[in-house]
Design a protein around this ligand. Structure first.
Ligand code: GLN
Length: 538
């Protein structure tokens, strides 16, 4: 029998309250107390994973070491806890049904009528328990996506009800709700919280702890009122006031004793205090920057903040490491061309060209790269951003008119970026790209070797196209050098420019591996280069 305590995090009233941040903050506090913790997200939508979802629908798709395309909340989990997640940490309704249906076809339920209860709920419980058993964790936090009352999330809540029954004291339900401030009445209102808890109770689940998102402090009277209406003690009504940064939330939750409440409900004696020293040092640096740098983020989804979540967070980590505030200026690649590039890019201390798929905004990205290359502005190209740097160099330095990626022009005379051999036989979409962590060997004497300080690195990928090896020699001779290689598959993973202060393109996604405890070296170095650029030009 597993010793794991199960924490379920549900949400009420509205979406976007920050269940992911609360779950990650709970994990941070428990890890800081020396417990082992895993976090998992159960998503009620029917897609197998968010890999095929448009970022406008669902924000960034986060990729784990084992190549799972997952919900962006897993990024928060890793950034807060520094513990890598995996395929098992994100389960959707699609995965659950696919698995049950395939078992049914194999005859595993022969003779039975296959139903939501017990077959679907059993599968959900299995996905929860298997993760707990795999690591024999002290705690498994399971965040239930969606809002209580959604039709889609019913089977998940039902699975929580059944598990509560089986586990008794070994489970804790934390319900996150909204306590809105009504300006006209000049008051915080508890009714939506009461309603959402009632709805949860109707579904058979009594929350142990209620975390209230609010823009104003909850007074004792309000806490008592919520406690009275929702069957919890006043100490289990936790205020979660709007914070300056998401990284404040673990500290705010500590002040509200959320960790102690959880331990109490789980029947674990609380010893000492969580060690949050490093976290506080990070926060101090984050809030007391010595200077600012301006970095342009060139992409086609810039109007949507969540689309580049991990990149923005990696800048926050790298900024703190450099005691500097990175002001990320969003630049829409679709609306940029030679005629306005100077106006849009002047004054920037660094330019990052974002990953992406599809042709929209490509020429704008290429224009931004030309500007960074010619003006000596620190440049980081990620995945498609690196591929665009190769295209730009081909067109404007090597004179390859019409050079392109075959993703955008199949009959380009210079296919400097081409589909990987291993991809050519694949027809289906969804989980079919080159995904997850692959090793990369760095060339001694290169800038990246200097930055990482080691020869062998491992980074996460999500792509189908690659640098075309037929052009390797010409590019190297002209000053764009492949400095990181995947030797097994003979793939160029990193390029850098010789005569430039800091110009690096990476086929992988360094942003996925940046955490508070381990800011990514490439981002740290890029921000440092931006600071140097700013000092040199001011
Ligand atoms: N579209 C490109 C490819 O498939 C780049 C992908 C990305 O930026 N993640 O290779």
């Amino acid at each position: 029998m597993s010793k794991t305590k199960f924490i379920f995090v549900t949400g009420g009233v509205t979406s976007s309250l920050g269940k992911g941040i609360i779950s990650a903050s709970i994990a941070r506090l428990l890890v800081s107390r020396g417990f082992t913790v895993a976090i998992q997200k159960l998503d009620p939508y029917i897609n197998i994973d968010p890999g095929t979802l448009n970022p406008y629908e669902h924000g960034e798709c986060y990729v784990t070491d084992d190549g799972a395309e997952t919900d962006l909340d897993l990024g928060h989990y890793e950034r807060f806890t520094n513990v890598p997640t995996s395929q098992a940490n994100n389960v959707t309704t699609g995965v659950i049904y696919q698995s049950v249906i395939s078992k049914e076809r194999k005859g595993e339920f022969l003779g039975e009528t296959v139903q939501v209860i017990p077959h679907i709920t059993d599968e959900i419980k299995y996905r929860i328990k298997i993760l707990a058993n795999r690591g024999n964790f002290d705690f498994l936090i399971t965040e239930i996506g969606g809002t209580v009352g959604d039709i889609e999330s019913l089977p998940f809540i039902e699975a929580v009800r059944q598990m509560r029954w089986e586990l008794g004291k070994n489970s804790v339900v934390v319900h996150l709700t909204l306590v809105p401030f009504l300006a006209a009445a000049g008051e915080l209102k508890t009714k939506p919280t009461q309603h959402s808890v009632k709805m949860l109770q109707e579904q058979g689940v009594q929350p142990d702890i209620i975390v209230c998102r609010t823009e104003k402090n909850l007074n004792e009277g309000l806490r008592n009122k919520i406690a009275l209406f929702c069957n919890v003690t006043t100490s289990s009504v936790i205020e979660c006031i709007d914070a300056e940064t998401i990284y404040d939330v673990p500290i705010l939750m500590k002040k509200e004793n959320l960790d102690l409440e959880i331990l109490k409900k789980a029947g674990i004696p609380a010893e000492g205090e969580p060690d949050l020293e490093e976290w506080k040092k990070f926060l101090h640096k984050l809030k007391n920057p010595v200077r600012d740098v301006q970095i342009g983020l060139v992409g086609k989804y810039v109007e949507l903040k969540d689309a580049y979540k991990s990149i923005n967070e990696a800048f926050i980590h790298a900024g703190a490491a450099n005691e500097c505030r990175v002001v990320v200026k969003s630049i829409h690649s679709e609306y940029m061309d030679e005629s306005n590039a100077n106006e849009k890019l002047k004054g920037l201390d660094g330019i990052l060209v974002a990953p992406g798929f599809g042709e929209r905004g490509i020429e704008g990205k290429i224009t931004a790269i030309k500007y960074a290359r010619e003006q000596g502005i620190p440049f980081l190209g990620i995945c498609l951003g690196m591929q665009c740097a190769v295209i730009e160099f081909g067109r404007n330095v090597l004179g390859y008119k019409g050079a392109h990626s075959t993703e955008f022009n199949r009959s380009t005379p210079y296919p400097v970026i081409d589909m990987m051999e291993m991809q050519k036989k694949i027809s289906g979409l969804g989980g079919t790209m080159r995904l997850g962590a692959y090793p990369c060997r760095l060339k001694k004497g290169s800038l990246v070797y200097d930055i990482f300080g080691i020869e062998h690195i491992s980074e996460r990928h999500r792509h189908r196209y690659e640098f075309n090896n037929e052009y390797k020699e010409v590019y190297t001779n002209a000053g764009m050098t492949p400095v990181g290689l995947n030797e097994k598959d003979n793939l160029v993973e990193i390029i850098e420019l010789k005569d430039h202060p800091w110009f690096i393109g990476v086929q992988f996604h360094p942003e996925y591996r940046s955490t508070v405890a381990n800011p990514h070296p490439l981002f740290v170095s890029f921000v440092k280069a931006a600071i140097d650029h700013a000092s040199g030009t001011k």
